[in-house]
Design a protein around this ligand. Structure first.
Ligand code: ADE
Length: 225
C-alpha cells in the first residue's frame, strides 16, 4: 500500500511513523508513506496557501490551486483508490472504514487546516471525508495519523501475530474481553481460574461472554448495530 499525505505541516505528522508498528511496517516495505508540503505547490513568493473567505467571516480558507496541483501531479503518476479529506464534518471513523481502506493500493489523505479547504476541492477531488470524532482539532494532521494507524495495522504481515487484529475491540461490533498476564496472583488479586484451566474451548466461550457483557455495559449502541 502507498499513502500520500498532503499537509501544510509535515513536521506534525512524521513522528507517529518513526516508532513501533508503523515504523516496522515501513521498514518491511508493507506500506510506503509520502508527505507533500502544500507550500511546495505555490508559485508566489509568500508561499501563500490560504486566503480570506468570500462573503466575510473569521478564519482563513485553504486555496484550491496548490491542492489541485499536488493531487493532479500525484494522479498523473498512478491511480488512487480514494482521495480522503480529514474534516470534523466527515463520516465518523469506524473499524469498518479502516477494514475497507486497508484493502486499497493507493490512498491520498488531505489534511485540512485553518477553517478548512475551499468547497470546490471537496466537490471535485475528494472521494471520502473522514472525521476521527465529534470534536475539532487544530488541523487534520493528527486525524490523518490516527487513520493511518488504524489502516496500516490491518495490512497482512504488519502485526506479528496475524490473528491479533481480528480479536481487537470493534472487530465484531464487540469490545475486547478482559486480558491478563503473569503473575497469576498479585497482592491477592487473582486471574480468573478459567484462563489457567487449559480448557481452550471453554476459555473461548468465557471470552465471548465477557466481551458481550462489557459491550452491553459500556457501548450498548454497538449491539443495536
Ligand atoms: N480536523 C479538525 N477536526 C477534525 C476531526 N475531528 N477529525 C478529522 N479531521 C479534523
Amino acid at each position: 500500500m502507498r499513502i500520500d499525505i498532503i499537509t501544510v505541516l509535515p513536521e506534525l505528522l512524521k513522528s507517529p511513523f518513526e516508532a513501533s508498528i508503523l515504523k516496522r511496517a515501513i521498514e518491511k516495505g508493507l506500506v510506503e508513506i509520502y508527505f507533500h508540503n502544500l507550500r511546495d505547490y505555490v508559485t508566489d513568493n509568500y508561499k501563500q496557501v490560504d486566503d480570506y473567505q468570500y462573503g466575510g467571516g473569521a478564519g482563513m480558507v485553504m486555496m484550491i490551486e496548490p491542492i489541485d496541483k499536488c493531487i493532479t501531479k500525484l494522479k498523473s503518476e498512478r491511480s488512487y483508490d480514494e482521495v480522503i479529506y480529514m474534516t470534523p464534518d466527515g463520516e465518523t471513523l469506524k473499524q469498518k472504514t479502516a477494514n475497507f481502506l486497508s484493502l486499497k493500493e493507493n490512498l491520498i489523505i488531505l489534511c485540512g487546516h485553518y477553517k478548512g479547504v475551499d468547497q470546490r476541492v471537496r466537490d471535485h477531488f475528494v472521494t471520502k471525508e473522514i472525521s476521527i470524532g465529534d470534536y475539532v482539532l487544530s488541523g487534520g494532521e493528527l486525524g490523518a495519523a490516527v487513520l493511518c494507524d488504524t489502516i496500516i495495522r490491518l495490512i497482512p504481515g504488519v502485526l506479528g501475530n496475524e490473528s491479533s487484529a481480528l480479536t481487537d475491540s470493534f472487530q465484531d461490533d464487540l469490545l475486547a474481553p478482559p486480558i491478563y498476564t503473569r503473575p497469576a496472583e498479585y497482592k491477592g488479586w487473582k486471574v480468573p481460574d478459567i484462563l489457567l484451566s487449559g480448557n481452550f474451548p471453554k476459555i473461548e466461550i468465557w471470552r465471548e461472554e465477557e466481551a458481550y457483557k462489557r459491550t452491553k455495559e459500556r457501548r450498548p449502541d454497538l449491539l443495536d448495530e
